[in-house]
Design a protein around this ligand. Structure first.
Ligand code: ADP
Length: 534
């Protein structure tokens, strides 16, 4: 093997000042020789025409332990015979270009080992010029990058697979930066919107024009709130489809956090619920019609039975009054018979009062059996009962149920009725307002002797809070106006209090207390009614 002394000097970056002259030179040379002979990579040199002048043991071993002389005199062409046919032309062109121009040579290619197997290598070579600037050698190294290429290929395959998945998944996906800039909209969503979002600026500005004008502010506000607080985003809104139609969508987004809990990205998903909304509307319209018909029938039935119950004693009173008058009008007046008839009038009138009392008792929901109950459990049961209605109206319900609340003696069916009524009122109050349908139910121990429940909505708020407890007061076309007054009667019959308030910003809160002991409770402290969070 021919070893060029100058070939080793390129590996020496510095020398110790303690070494000088020949000692220094021989020390450097032996160190350099040791280094290149043992380095775990291919190190080589060629003459200016590309014929090998040196190859290190690692390279010789790769080519099946070819002899020094055989390998060290390979020409470019001989070396290229070991390069994979698909890479050969490209590498040969590059190497020849470097030999001709002196430009650095860098390339990646598959090289066949002594056993016939190909592996990926990265080869780099630099020219060495003499003092007059003429190239007299090339020094190079070839590093095995097979594992790295495999990992890169796998990564590339995986990312292709993922982007196909993201584009094909039957839902609309998007991604935002922590400050709300859109960085990804999947193909399905871009197609739905009919937008070309291939360039950065159209992607970043896509959210500005796709929302229905009536929803845009609410979406902006809610998204801003979620970005600021890190809370989950969930709301319904209308999006402009490619055909120019606005359609209802249900959108959700969750933040992704790093190990320190900082939000790094937001991932969102939305799907078209227009058909579902239309179906739910149709269903609600039919249910409303049915409810109206039932209410009318109930009211007619109730009026008929009240009329029936009252008209009987009234008819008896009229008859008895006539009889009484007749007895007293005879000559002489029959006072005894008159007194007897007057007594009967009193009895019949008392019976009528009793009938009215029974009807009032019906409306006041006189308490039945009281059992000690967990109010939180009752709330969970009611939400379960109403889950269809909650889902159909896409209402988000957040609960904040106090820990270790005392059990209280209640008529569970009646208190359930109260909860159903108040939750339904809250849901209905959000029908005509914002697309953000959010209901918050909170329970806590008010004072030592009361459990308090609050139902807070983001709806229209009370138009006239002073009138809502008047029987038959309603602002709904299909309302009966009895719900709140019945709820209040039930709560008061338990010794509690029920009251309403409009929230500071949006919506209303209805709260009630139930005493821990079955005795009456203290009056509600209106100022302590927690202000809404929305
Ligand atoms: P109904 O629901 O049949 O109208 P209610 O007695 O339950 O009867 O309610 C009376 C009125 O009070 C409703 O028509 C509505 O105007 C108002 N109301 C009740 N709950 C709410 C609420 N959560 N937000 C706004 N207004 C409400």
């Amino acid at each position: 093997m021919r070893r060029s002394q100058s070939s080793f000097s390129v590996f020496i970056g510095f020398v110790s000042p303690d070494f000088t002259g020949e000692d220094l030179m021989s020390n450097n040379e032996s160190l350099a020789l040791q280094l290149v002979e043992n380095i775990p990579g291919h190190v080589w040199s060629t003459d200016p025409g590309g014929r090998f002048t040196y190859v290190n043991p690692s390279m010789r071993a790769f080519f099946g332990g070819a002899s020094d002389d055989a390998l060290s005199s390979w020409s470019v062409e001989e070396w290229l015979q070991h390069v994979h046919p698909e890479d050969r032309h490209r590498v040969a062109a590059k190497w020849r270009h470097s030999l001709t121009t002196g430009d650095p040579f860098d390339s990646e290619q598959r090289i066949r080992d002594g056993g016939g197997a190909y592996r990926w290598f990265r080869a780099s070579s630099r020219s060495f010029r003499d003092s007059s600037g003429v190239i007299n050698a090339w020094y190079g190294q070839t590093i095995d990058i097979e594992d790295q290429r495999k990992a890169e290929d796998e990564l590339r395959d995986r990312s292709v697979e993922l982007s196909v998945l993201i584009d094909m998944v039957p839902s609309h996906l998007w991604r935002l930066t922590p400050d709300g800039t859109t960085t990804l909209v999947n193909k399905r969503m871009a197609d739905y919107l009919g937008r070309d979002l291939s360039d950065k600026s159209s992607l970043e500005s896509v959210m500005e024009t796709i929302f229905h004008p009536d929803d845009a502010d609410a979406v902006d506000k809610e998204l801003g709130r979620c970005l600021a607080t890190g809370e989950r985003f969930s709301m319904r809104y209308r999006l402009l489809r490619a055909d120019g139609m606005y359609r209802w969508m249900s959108g959700r987004a969750e933040p992704m956090r790093d190990q320190d809990g900082n939000i790094t990205e937001w991932f969102g998903l939305c799907h078209d619920i227009e058909d579902q909304v239309q179906a739910a509307d149709a269903l609600r319209r039919s249910a409303d019609k049915l409810a109206r018909a039932t209410q009318t029938a109930n009211l007619a039935q109730l009026s008929a039975s009240i009329a029936h119950e009252i008209s009987q004693p009234l008819a008896a009173i009229i008859t008895d009054s006539d009889t009484c008058l007749r007895w007293l009008s005879t000559d002489p007046p029959n006072v005894e018979r008159g007194k007897f008839t007057a007594k009967r009038i009193t009895q019949v009138a008392l019976a009528a009062v009793d009938v009215i009392g029974r009807i009032r008792a019906l409306f006041q929901q006189k308490p039945q059996a009281r059992v000690t109950e967990d109010v939180n459990q009752l709330i969970v049961e009611v939400l379960d009962l109403m889950s269809d209605e909650i889902t159909a109206t896409s209402t988000r319900v957040d609960t904040d149920l106090g820990m270790s609340l005392p059990q209280i003696p209640i008529d569970r069916v009646q208190v359930q009725q109260v909860l159903v009524n108040l939750i339904r009122n809250g849901i209905q109050a959000m029908d005509s307002t914002s697309p953000l349908r959010s209901l918050r139910i909170k329970s806590c121990q008010n004072r030592s002797d009361d459990v308090r429940v609050e139902i807070q909505d983001a709806g229209s708020g009370f138009a006239d809070p002073n009138r809502v407890f008047e029987p038959f007061f309603t602002t709904k076309s299909n309302g009966m106006g009895m719900g709140l007054s019945i709820c209040r009667s039930i709560v008061e019959s338990h010794g509690g209090q029920l009251w309403v308030a409009n929230n500071e910003t949006v919506g209303a809160t209805v709260a009630f207390t139930l005493p821990v002991a079955s005795a009456g409770s203290t009056p509600p402290d209106m100022d302590s009614l927690e202000r809404p969070l929305l």
